[in-house]
Design a binder for this molecule. Structure first.
Ligand SMILES: [Zn+2]
Ligand SMILES: [Zn+2]
Length: 287
């Protein structure tokens, strides 16, 4: 048996590429919960006893549910109420219910099912998809009276989107490198901002909370990024800081989209929300 490098007791089930640690399920959870707590804490946007909305992303429900468990773990002492927004078209709800139950043991969880706007997800770019999901989540969070929106954007996706924005010479996409968007109504926290996709995938699998996505948006920068990164995951970690700093510098100068909260070239909707017709798509979401 390979034992866990952290507790030196339990059986290790996952090798974290970033740190080289062999981890048992419990230590993996503890290690992933720490950066979640830090991002939420640093945002300064969450108060004790607040109602917060957590959106299950149609394009990555498994990460969203893994994220829910992590939030429930770190936020139980805050006594927050988590409203989980679930796209009603999502299949595999048994796992969702189980995850909700586990999360509920730690904190108060309520679930709300709503239809996700019908767009052909497979034809979307990842950035357009992220913006539509967040705009949808923000609309529902407002309607449900939530004081913050937790949007599960993991470190890997956030880096890829920001890198893509730079490669395309389109700074609009750099807002995805930010850990929080305090200007949205309610404020948005990208609470998985410091957790890499690989570890989240492992966590979701180990917890058997895997749900297939509704859509798989295109991410053109993935291949150049992975070729840069190779077997050196620390590059992913150092680029987070660089991209985040670039985005923070830009955030004072750029307009913010009133729908998705991302950077926008001009006042009003960003180019992604404009081309998707987000204002029209969300008319049916808002009651
Ligand atoms: Zn352990
Ligand atoms: Zn937008």
């Amino acid at each position: 048996m390979v034992t866990c490098d952290v507790c030196k007791k339990n059986k290790a089930v996952y090798l974290r590429t970033y740190s080289g640690h062999r981890l048992c399920p419990r230590c993996l959870e503890r290690i992933l919960a720490r950066p979640v707590k830090r991002v939420i804490g640093e945002s300064g946007l969450l108060r004790p006893n607040s109602r917060i909305a957590l959106v299950v992303r149609p394009s990555s429900p498994a990460f969203s549910l893994a994220g829910l468990r992590l939030v429930a773990k770190v936020e139980s002492k805050f006594n927050v109420k988590i409203i989980v927004i679930i796209p009603s078209q999502l299949e595999g709800m048994e796992q969702v219910n189980e995850t909700l139950e586990v999360a509920s043991r730690r904190t108060v969880v309520e679930k709300v099912k709503r239809e996700f706007p019908a767009v052909k997800g497979d034809e979307l770019s990842m950035i357009a998809c992220v913006r539509l999901e967040r705009a949808w989540g923000l609309t529902l969070a407002r309607e449900l009276g939530a004081e913050a929106l937790l949007y599960p954007l993991d470190r890997t996706t956030s880096n890829l989107l920001a890198l893509e924005a730079l490669l395309e010479g389109d700074p609009e996409g750099l807002s995805e490198a930010l850990p929080a968007l305090p200007w949205t109504e309610p404020p948005t926290i990208h609470y998985l901002h410091r957790v890499e996709a690989e570890a989240l995938t492992a966590y979701a699998f180990i917890d058997e909370a895997w749900v297939d996505p509704l859509c798989t948006p295109a991410l053109p920068s993935k291949i150049p990024f992975l070729s840069l990164m190779g077997s050196r995951p620390e590059l992913e970690f150092s680029s987070t800081k660089t991209l985040e700093r670039l985005a923070i510098n830009l955030s004072e100068k750029w307009n913010k989209c009133p729908y998705c909260g991302g950077f926008a070239r001009s006042k009003g909707a960003c180019s992604y929300c404009k081309s998707l017709g987000v204002p029209r798509l969300l008319e049916n979401t808002a009651k």
